[in-house]
Design a binder for this molecule. Structure first.
Ligand code: ADP
Length: 498
């Protein structure tokens, strides 16, 4: 592992931090706003509850001996002057109003007269609510000196000399509000700032911890990925399910398995290709060398050779040319099949007829070895749905092999049997058979059971048959016993004439 390895890029870390700081600032701001709002409400409600009875006290204290109205019906200003005195000593921030029944302001006692009273009356709905709940429920009422905002108040009704009205007291007047706002501002700035700092500290701790956890896991994965890249194909993340990022760890392991698998496949393909080229060159060289030798002899000794020898030499030359062209044809056919350039054109055809034709074609060859070549077809006419020329090629190779590997006076039988929705095709011989150990490999190209004897083939025939079976989505089975014979069996879908 290289030193100072960075799992997360500086750019990503920068982005993470930026997002982090932004979120914290937002959190801090929301915290301040919510706390300020709630604390303000809390403060107002407490003040209102504590001072709920102030208005009742004023009435009890001041109006016991003296009426708030003079005999001519005007307001008893002297009485309220007295009240002002008391207020000056105790609480300068409250504002006392004398209201009539409908909420019209008859008189006001306000210490700070710098601002006049813009409103002439107050809404009586909050007053009724206050009286009904005995001041124990938070309610805001009109503030005659500040029409824009409502305020906490205390109120009490009175009935004196047949006149009804209210003493209405604004508890946190303009002055109180200004001082309170200012203090609140400072206090909450401090609180908000402190809370933000504290949150930031803990959040940073969480962020560092999560980055540490992530990095720890990523480092482990990166280490394995690097070993793999550097050639250690066995490198895998140990116990992926226990990793904190199990999906990632598992995906890497699966990917590595697939890569190694594909590499193995490619290696084996490459090996086979090299083997094929080596074998092909060998197979081409031998008949060519023979051809060259005989042609040269014919050229040089043309005068001295007997007619009989000349005929024989020409026959050998002809046979070798035949062999060569057969090999080249097979190679061409096989490479086309392997490159998947052949698409089967499936159609219904009579496999019975095709078999008759093939038997007739190979009759001469069979007769030469005195082999009995038979067709066993209990049904009249078997129809299959397949590519006729490919099936013909496969049957040709199989019959050719059967004749090739069967000693003189043997038997080769081609059977066609209806089995459910399929036609079973069986090519059996009484030939040499195939050793059990070789059975799994005979369909591999260039596989020949006995390389030393080098029969007449090149090991391509069965490989071609196998490819043709693949193209028909079917398989071919071989049953064989050495010295007794072999059977090659495959199925093709029967064609139902409706
Ligand atoms: P070749 O051209 O050598 O016959 P094939 O691919 O057709 O190549 O066959 C591969 C090998 O399988 C043969 O070399 C032979 O050893 C064995 N083989 C195929 N068919 C038969 C058979 N009917 N009887 C015995 N051996 C067979």
């Amino acid at each position: 592992m290289r030193k100072n390895e960075k799992t997360l890029t500086p750019k990503l870390i920068k982005k993470l931090w930026l997002a982090f700081v932004l979120i914290i600032v937002l959190m801090g701001a929301s915290y301040i706003v919510i706390t300020a709002y709630l604390a303000n409400k809390y403060n107002e409600e407490t003040t209102q509850r504590i001072n709920a009875n102030v208005a009742t006290h004023v009435i009890n204290e001041k109006f016991q001996n003296e009426s708030p109205f003079l005999e001519d019906g005007s307001v008893n200003k002297a009485l309220f002057g007295d009240l002002m005195h008391d207020m000056m000593a105790v609480n300068r921030s409250i504002e006392v109003y004398l209201l009539d029944n409908s909420g019209t302001i008859l008189y006001s006692v306000v210490l700070d007269h710098s601002k006049n009273t813009p409103s002439k009356s107050v809404d009586t709905a909050p007053i009724d609510y206050f009286i009904k709940t005995k001041g124990q429920k938070y309610v805001l009422g009109d503030d005659p000196r500040n029409t824009e905002e409502q305020n906490i108040f205390s109120v009490a009704p009175f009935t004196i000399q047949g006149r009804e009205g209210f003493i209405y007291i604004i508890l946190a007047g303009k002055d109180f509000q200004a001082v309170s706002d200012n203090l609140f501002g400072q206090y909450f700035m401090k609180l908000g700032f402190g809370a933000t700092l504290l949150t930031m500290f803990f959040a940073a701790l969480i962020a560092l911890l999560s980055i540490w956890f992530l990095t720890k896991n990523l480092l482990l994965i990166t280490k394995t990925v690097r070993s793999f890249r550097e050639g250690d194909l066995d490198a895998r993340i140990e116990n992926p399910d226990e990793s904190d990022i199990a999906i990632f760890a598992n995906s890497f392991n699966e990917m590595a398995d697939t890569i190694v698998d594909n590499m193995d496949k490619m290696k084996s393909v490459d090996l086979l290709r090299r083997e094929l080229i080596a074998n092909v060159s060998h197979d081409l060289r031998t008949p060519l060398a023979i051809l060259k030798g005989f042609v040269e002899t014919l050229q040089m000794k043309n005068e001295t050779l007997s007619e009989q020898d000349k005929k024989e030499y020409l026959q050998i030359t002809h046979d070798n040319i035949d062999k060569l062209s057969k090999l080249i044809n097979q190679l061409f056919e096989y490479s086309k099949l392997e490159a998947e350039q052949v698409t089967p054109i499936k159609e219904p055809f009579s496999i019975t007829e095709l078999s008759h034709d093939l038997i007739a074609k190979f009759r001469v060859l069979a007769d030469k070895k005195n082999i009995s070549l038979q067709l066993n077809n209990p049904e009249d006419n078997c129809l299959v749905f397949a590519d006729v020329s490919l099936v013909e090629r496969a049957l040709q190779n199989l019959i050719e092999n059967a004749l090739k590997y069967t000693e003189d006076n043997g038997t080769v039988t081609l059977s066609l049997l209806k089995k459910g929705k399929n036609i079973e095709i069986n090519i059996s011989d009484t030939g040499t058979g195939i050793p059990v150990s070789e059975l799994p490999y005979i369909f591999d190209r260039y596989k020949q059971v006995d390389k030393s004897t080098k029969k007449q083939g090149y090991g391509l025939g069965l490989a071609i048959v196998k490819k043709i079976m693949d193209l028909h989505d079917t398989t071919i089975t071989v049953l064989s016993k050495p010295k007794e014979g072999s059977s090659f069996i495959f199925n093709l879908p029967a064609y139902q004439v409706s």
